[in-house]
Design a protein around this ligand. Structure first.
Ligand code: TYD
Length: 204
């Protein structure tokens, strides 16, 4: 039986990454074999593209094409074979991030993504997408508290991140059965209870 494909999304500072490993362990405790991965990245080539994407200034269309190039490699080498084996794949960001960042944040025409999405994964969508949502100021505060070097996207201005957040919420509105919005502005244990509930009802 084909495995399930679960993606995590949200603005920078939403705290999603800390839930990825937790969910993978929670699924493993329920007998699933789980591959944890991320975008951009997830393969040797993809991680090289990630390093470029997160550091180098580039034309918006170059950025978008590279995101989808990394994604094509990721699907072919990791995601599709894993799902076919019956493994579950938990992925930190996927195509919704391109809609939110390159579309919402940077303003690239969405019709262009639709073409790339169709090309790269016409027959595959996540079974479930967990969108971690919280107010911008709370997310920014978390990033400041983490006190680490900021990547190219994290260095963008507040209005960029505001547009990213709105684009994510719009996308959730357009795909209500696949994308579930998680209120990330609450204590960790409450978020985990919610995650268990959502994943159990959508996938188990
Ligand atoms: P992120 O997932 O936040 O990793 P970390 O938790 O290590 O900071 O970083 C990836 C960045 O890439 C994030 O700022 C969003 C951006 N991104 C896009 O702009 N478009 C995409 O399609 C993807 C997958 C990511």
């Amino acid at each position: 039986m084909r495995g399930k494909f679960i993606t995590f999304e949200g603005i920078d500072g939403a705290g999603k990454s800390s839930h990825v490993e937790w969910l993978a362990d929670w699924l493993r405790a329920r007998g699933k074999t789980v591959q944890v991965t991320r975008e951009p990245g997830g393969t040797e080539l993809g991680e090289k593209l990630r390093a470029l994407l997160l550091a180098e200034p580039m034309h918006l269309e170059t950025e978008t094409l590279l995101m989808f190039a990394a994604r094509r490699e990721h699907l072919a080498r990791l995601i599709e074979p894993a799902l076919a084996r019956g493994d579950w794949v938990v992925c930190d960001r996927f195509t919704d991030a391109t809609y939110a960042y390159q579309g919402g944040g940077r303003g690239l025409d969405r019709a262009k993504f639709a073409v790339l999405e169709h090309w790269v994964h016409e027959h595959l969508q996540p079974d479930l997408t967990l969108l971690f949502d919280l107010p911008l100021d709370v997310a920014r505060e978390r990033i400041v508290l983490a006190n680490r070097t900021l990547d190219k996207f994290e260095q963008e201005r507040v209005d960029f991140h505001e547009r990213v957040r709105l684009a994510y919420l719009e996308r959730a509105h357009a795909h209500p059965s696949r994308i579930r919005v998680i209120d990330a502005n609450q204590p960790l244990d409450k978020i985990r209870v919610k995650l268990e509930e959502v994943v159990s009802s959508a996938c188990l």
